[in-house]
Design a protein around this ligand. Structure first.
Ligand code: FES
Length: 163
């Protein structure tokens, strides 16, 4: 069967709307181990065939693309999962569902862009200093609003490191 310029395999239980893990890996440019990790993290899901092989709905390609892009811009997996959980269960999300989900991220992405712009504009000065002082470092404490969160380079460190 030819779909979207790709030939889908005829492995056990592969329907027109489903992909094996190998096909999903190939089509999404993601390693099989990463896909298994995403599934363990409940970011994607599959059904099992009678032979206990995973089958993914083709819409999973869209989810994997979103996960990879979100990870690349530094969005935590927990946030990605929360966003994906807003999509409907039991049916393939519509274009409207995806749009609603992405709109939920507008503020988060705007804030991230603002902080990254701040990082870009202050990195040269701070990299030669290294103090990351919460009281006066513009990088560690942009707009002096991170002091309420705690000490350290809040902008730069992931949540789990800043506690
Ligand atoms: S690292 Fe010292 S002022 Fe930013």
């Amino acid at each position: 069967m030819r779909t979207g310029g790709m030939i889908l395999g005829m492995a056990e239980g592969v329907g027109e709307l489903e992909l094996t893990v190998g096909q999903l890996a190939q089509r999404s440019g993601t390693s099989v181990s990463a896909l298994h990790f995403y599934e363990r993290q409940r970011l994607i899901s599959s059904r099992r065939t009678a032979g206990n092989q995973r089958r993914y709905h083709r819409d999973t390609l869209r989810r994997v693309a979103l996960i990879r892009i979100a990870q690349r811009v530094g969005i935590a997996l927990v946030e990605i999962r929360a966003a994906l959980e807003t999509l409907p269960e039991g049916r393939v999300p519509s274009r409207r569902d995806w749009k609603r989900m992405s709109q939920g991220w507008q503020d988060e992405l705007s804030e991230r862009i603002r902080l990254l712009t701040h990082l870009r504009d202050n990195f040269a000065d701070c990299v030669g200093c290294g103090c990351l002082s919460i009281s006066h470092c513009a990088l560690a404490n942009p707009d002096d609003h991170m002091g309420v969160v705690g000490s350290g380079p809040r902008v730069l460190l992931p949540e789990e490191e800043t506690g």
